[in-house]
Design a protein around this ligand. Structure first.
Ligand SMILES: *Cc1c(COP(=O)(O)O)cnc(C)c1O
Length: 431
């Protein structure tokens, strides 16, 4: 299978090349040349398949030219060693909990899959790969954890000083080994800009192989389609048409869900639930895609003003707005509405949702107002402890700190403080 650049379909790469490069030389995102539906039997019998088997069959066509079956099965077993339960909240509404991994946000699966692929490709290679990534919070921890100890791969994570939560900071600064955390005197956009500048800086790239670990990388983006298959496996017996509501920021997760649908999974509709960053809801309403500066909210992993994966979604629907609207609705919700909903879900159903999950719930309810006879699943993308301040303040309760978080709480933080791009550059050149 080849992957082509969304800027020019003649620029093609193998899976391996696309994973190592991250982005095409013409700066386009890579996209699979075809998505072949799985046999009907796969979906008819999905409840008897293990999660590992489901994942293997679903991703096989995309990676088989570069990863042999046995190695792929091993990678999948390394990545998927925790649960993805669908938990019913009320009649016809359930949540798919994606936070049972090591860093307790849904990015664990993508980060681990990418780390395992890069580790596989770097076996026997002399040149090391450096993964450079900017984080506003969750990506950094998932990437640090996923890549820890992977031979031939070094990781440099840039995060804005004082702008990530204490737990998030510990998750990315306490691991050591091949993981380096750079604490940037600035905001997330500054970190992002430095990373982009480094990718274009030939004084660095002439002697260092750099790649990104954001969801533009196909090895981080594609495996997210597993979630939707695991949910379908659990919800199929409800006998109703299924709707997914996905709290969205860069739109990688929801786009992977749409790939699962292309594989033949029966889904009635997708809802992209957003916070005040509403470029996509605006686009669906008036057909104009207008990037906006990001606005800070309590669901900060979705504070994105120009979602990088949205071009992939437009491409999936041949850029036909009417087709897209048949399959996707998108709504924006304020912080006040999000807090109210966290309270309602807790009071009525005894469930503690994090702010991102609450936005997902709101999106689902909005859609079900006019489509009541559906089975709705909203994605819980992070454990409530990852957004402890908001949860404690809104619900007046303190959730228990799970073991995987406790583990990093007492470890010593190590970071390299930088003020500007020169700080990053000299580190990358001199090491
Ligand atoms: C990254 C993240 C999101 C947004 O996911 P996208 O794939 O970027 O749309 C939502 N919730 C949480 C908790 C996240 O960490």
């Amino acid at each position: 299978m080849k992957f082509y650049s969304l800027n020019n379909s003649e620029n093609q790469a193998s899976f391996k090349e696309a994973v190592i490069a991250g982005i095409a030389p013409d700066k386009g995102l890579y996209f699979p040349e075809k998505i072949k539906a799985l046999p009907a039997d796969f979906f008819n019998q999905i409840e008897i398949l293990s999660n590992h088997e489901i994942a293997f069959q679903a991703i096989h066509q995309f990676v088989k030219d570069d990863i042999e079956d046995e190695a792929l099965r091993e990678i999948i077993a390394n990545v998927l060693d925790f649960d993805f339960p669908v938990v019913e909240i009320e009649e016809n509404v359930a949540t798919l909990e994606l936070f049972h991994g090591p860093t307790m946000a849904f990015k664990d699966v993508g980060a681990r899959f990418m780390a395992n692929c890069l580790g596989h490709f770097s076996k026997g290679e002399k040149t090391e790969v450096t993964v450079l990534v900017a984080t506003s919070g969750d990506t950094g921890g998932a990437v640090a954890n996923g890549f820890l100890g992977v031979d031939g791969v070094n990781v440099v994570i840039l995060y804005p000083s004082g702008k990530v939560s204490d737990i998030q900071e510990r998750q990315l600064t306490t691991l050591g080994q091949n993981i380096v955390a750079m604490e940037v005197n600035g905001v997330f956009d500054d970190c992002q800009r430095m990373v982009k500048t480094a990718f274009l800086d030939t004084e660095i790239t002439d002697h260092k192989k750099l790649t990104s670990a954001n969801s533009i990388n196909i090895a981080r983006w594609l495996p997210q389609l597993f979630y939707f298959l695991f949910a379908y496996k659990q919800a199929k017996s409800q006998g109703k048409e299924i709707v997914f509501s996905v709290p969205s920021g860069n739109f990688g997760n929801i786009c992977a869900g749409m790939v699962a649908q292309k594989l033949g999974m029966p889904v009635k509709h997708f809802v992209a639930a957003t916070n005040a960053n509403k470029v996509v809801p605006n686009f669906l309403q008036n057909g104009v895609y207008e990037p906006l500066p990001s606005v800070a909210t309590i669901s900060n992993a979705m504070d994105v003003g120009d979602p990088s994966n949205f071009v992939r979604i437009r491409h999936l629907y041949q850029d036909e707005l009417a087709n897209l609207k048949d399959n996707l609705s998108s709504y924006s919700f304020s912080d006040d509405a999000t807090r109210e909903t966290m309270k309602t879900i807790h009071q009525n159903f005894g469930y503690v949702a994090d702010p991102h999950g609450a936005v997902g719930y709101l999106g689902l309810k909005e859609y079900q107002k006019v489509n009541p006879d559906t089975y709705g699943i909203f994605l819980e993308t992070a454990h409530p402890v990852k957004f402890l301040d908001v949860v404690e303040e809104t619900l007046s309760l303190s959730p228990d700190i799970p073991a995987q978080i406790q583990k990093v709480m007492n470890k010593e933080k190590k970071s390299i403080k930088i003020d500007n791009y020169e700080g990053l550059k000299s580190y990358l050149i001199e090491g």
